[in-house]
Every structure is written in C-alpha cells, then in structure tokens.
Design a protein around this ligand. Structure first.
Ligand code: NAP
Ligand code: GFB
Length: 315
C-alpha cells in the first residue's frame, strides 16, 4: 500500500503523520507520503496529474483545501468555492487516471443545511442551503460527495469521505484573523497574558460547537482508510453530549494557559452558526468502544505545544 496524503503539512495531516510515524500507525510494507503545496499546486490539473503519475499511489487521504475560520470564510466565499472545487476535482480525476484503489476525502460538519433538525446525520448533506457565512466552502465540499457517488456509479470506484466536526491541535493555524476559534483564542490569550491586557472573545460566546482533537481524528482516519467500505460519508465527531459553548472553550483555554485577566465579549463580531450538532451514531455503530481525549486535556496539550513552538507556529 502506498498512501499519499494531500494536505499532509496541515493540522490534520501532521496529526496523521504523528500517528503513522510515532504511534505505529503504519503496517508492514506500507509507504506513506505526506504532501504540501510545495509538491504541487493541486488547483493546477496538469501539476496534479504529473504528481500522481510520479507517485503512483494505491490509496489517497485527501485533506488539501483552502481552510479557515468563520471570519476568513465570510470575507472570501468566492475564493473558498473556486480553490476547493478545483483542488477536489483535480485530485479525484488524477486518482481515477492512475487507478487509485481508495480515496478518503474530507468534508466538514459546517457544510450541512443551516435550517435543519438535530442531531445532524450523514443523510442531511444536500437537504438545504448551508449557513451563509461559508456557502462557498460548503458547496465545494458537498461536490466531493457528488463526485464520489458519480465515480462509484460510473466506474465502481470506492471513493468516500469523512465529515469531521471542528478540529484543533498541534500544528493548527493560529492566525487570529484567519484561523478557527480555538487556535485564535489560544493565540489571543497568550498575547493578553504577555501584555497584561484583557482577552477579547469575539461574538456573544453563546454558539455551541463539538470539538475533536486532531490526534483522535487521525486515528479514526486510519480506521476509515483500512476498514470503512461505504461510499456514503461518515461523521467523525465527539458525541452530542460533548458539545460546548464558545464561552466554555474560552474558559478552557484561559485555564490551560493560567490566564487570570479579564475576559470581554465583543458582540460587534459575528456569531456565525449558532450550532451544528452532529450525531456520531454511525461511527459508534462501527466502533462501539470509540473514545476521545477529554476536551480540557486536549486543549492543555495544544496550548503547551503552542507555547513551546511559538516561534514556528503558523500565526
Ligand atoms: P490546514 O492546516 O490549513 O492545511 C491545509 C493543507 O492543504 C496544507 O497542507 C496545505 O499545504 C494544503 N493546501 C492548501 N492549498 C493547496 C494547494 N492549492 N495545493 C496543494 N496543497 C494545498 O487545514 P486542516 O485544518 O488540516 O484541514 C485539513 C482538511 O480537514 C481540509 O480538507 C478541511 O476542509 C478539513 N476540515 C478541517 C476542519 C478544521 O476545523 N480544521 C474541520 C472539518 C474539516 P501548505 O502547507 O503548503 O499550505
Ligand atoms: O472556528 P470558527 O471560526 O468557525 O468559530 P465556525 C467561530 C465562532 O467562535 C463564532 C467565535 O461564534 C465566533 O464569534 N469566536 C470567538 C471566534 N472568538 C473567536 C476568535 O478569536 N476566532 C474565531 N475564528 N472565532 C467554521 C466554518 O465555522 O467551521 C469553516 O466557517 C470550517 O468553513 C470550520 O468548516 C470547521 O465553527 O463558526
């Protein structure tokens, strides 16, 4: 098995690399190749095709994407749509051309319809428009599912996808402007502590999220690659009962960084989706004993990583 991981230099890719190389995640005779945009701009079909011809993967974990938090999405919906639609179509077409046996792509729980019943399940992806804040990204991701079904119907390919909830962990993008909420709050709390200033949390703090630690997600990716045989996507998330508010998340970060200053909420900033509560019942039906790192433990590990790697972290 020769596994090529597109987007291998990012948050999720680095977690998979850690599990493969440090936790014995690779099996005898397997070759794992972790790509970044330096290997090829996957928006360019010829470059993508040439890369796949050279590497001849038997399996692909497709993570590469234009990614960002609520505020970056709100600013750049056209870019998120175009960049991701090109990357996704190019990767799946190149995989088809070189005879890749299986592709596992990556959707997100934020792509589901905004006007929905809860908990969200895998069957609901196309049941209505996504939240307006990230419609570009969401529609591009939904087209992966359309691609997968079409490649199966026309060629019998087992291309599938996972649907993670909000991911965080070491090697995240800690950019305050472009990143997701947890890395943004970690970076802001670090600076507030340094400067002796208050921590400003954006929005009301009331929205709710399920957060999955990148290392837990990475272990599940290896299971999906080897054992999950459906073309239909599968949600990879902590349970509904593990959903927390943005306020809870901020307090977990301030506790982990021992920040004792004031926390203020800037309600002039958007809240985005109030919630996107997803069910992990399908995952639990396959893996009844699945467990997740406790949220506060994972936040603490991520904060410790950020402090130790401050000079090199993406921010
Ligand atoms: P990330 O940290 O931003 O990493 C993105 C990866 O994609 C990097 O390796 C980047 O390469 C690569 N990439 C971007 N544009 C590229 C291009 N044009 N050509 C080639 N490679 C390109 O993202 P992430 O958080 O790990 O996300 C990985 C996957 O999980 C994505 O598909 C994302 O949609 C999905 N996901 C993420 C979350 C989350 O909360 N983070 C939640 C649900 C789903 P460089 O390092 O060279 O830029
Ligand atoms: O992770 P995040 O940016 O994106 O979280 P989403 C946004 C929520 O956190 C909003 C609040 O309620 C924000 O008001 N928030 C508070 C902050 N402080 C901060 C901060 O410092 N930075 C950020 N970023 N938010 C994304 C989608 O939605 O979910 C993406 O837009 C992606 O496409 C991602 O799929 C997983 O969870 O709202």
């Amino acid at each position: 098995m020769r596994v090529v991981v597109t987007g291998g230099s990012g948050l999720v890719g680095k977690a998979i690399e850690h599990v493969v190389k440090e936790e014995g995640g690779a099996k005898e005779g397997e070759e794992w190749i972790f790509l970044s945009s330096k290997d090829a701009d996957l928006m360019d079909f010829r470059a993508t095709q040439a890369l796949f011809q050279r590497l001849q993967p038997t399996h692909v974990i497709h993570l590469a994407a234009m990614v960002g938090g609520l505020f970056r999405n709100m600013r750049l919906n056209l870019d998120f749509w175009r960049c991701n639609i090109y990357i996704n179509d190019n990767v799946l077409q190149a995989a088809h051309h070189v005879g890749v046996q299986k592709v596992v792509s990556c959707l997100s729980t934020c792509i589901f319809p905004d006007n929905t019943t809860y908990p969200i399940t895998e069957k609901m992806i196309h049941n209505g428009p996504p939240h307006d804040s990230n419609f570009g990204y969401s529609y591009a991701k939904r087209m992966i599912d359309v691609n997968n079904r079409a490649y199966f119907q026309q060629f019998g390919h087992r291309y599938t996808a996972v649907i993670p909830t909000n991911v965080f962990g070491p090697h995240d993008n800690f950019s305050i402007e472009d990143g997701h909420v947890l890395p943004g709050l970690i970076h802001k709390t670090y600076l507030a502590k340094e400067e002796g200033s208050p921590l400003t949390v954006w929005g009301s703090g009331n929205p709710r999220r399920q957060f999955i630690y990148s290392l837990d997600l990475a272990r599940l990716f290896l299971w999906v690659l080897r054992e999950y045989d459906e073309v239909e996507p599968i949600i990879l998330s902590v349970g509904e009962e593990d959903e927390v508010s943005i306020k809870d998340a901020a307090e977990a970060v301030t506790e982990a960084l021992d920040f004792r200053g004031d926390i203020v909420y800037d309600t002039s900033k958007a809240d985005g989706q109030f919630k996107k509560t997803a069910s992990n019942a399908k995952l639990c039906s396959y893996l009844p004993d699945v467990t997740f790192t406790p949220f506060k433990t994972a936040v603490k590990e991520t904060c410790d990583w950020f402090v130790s790697n401050y000079d090199f972290a993406r921010k």
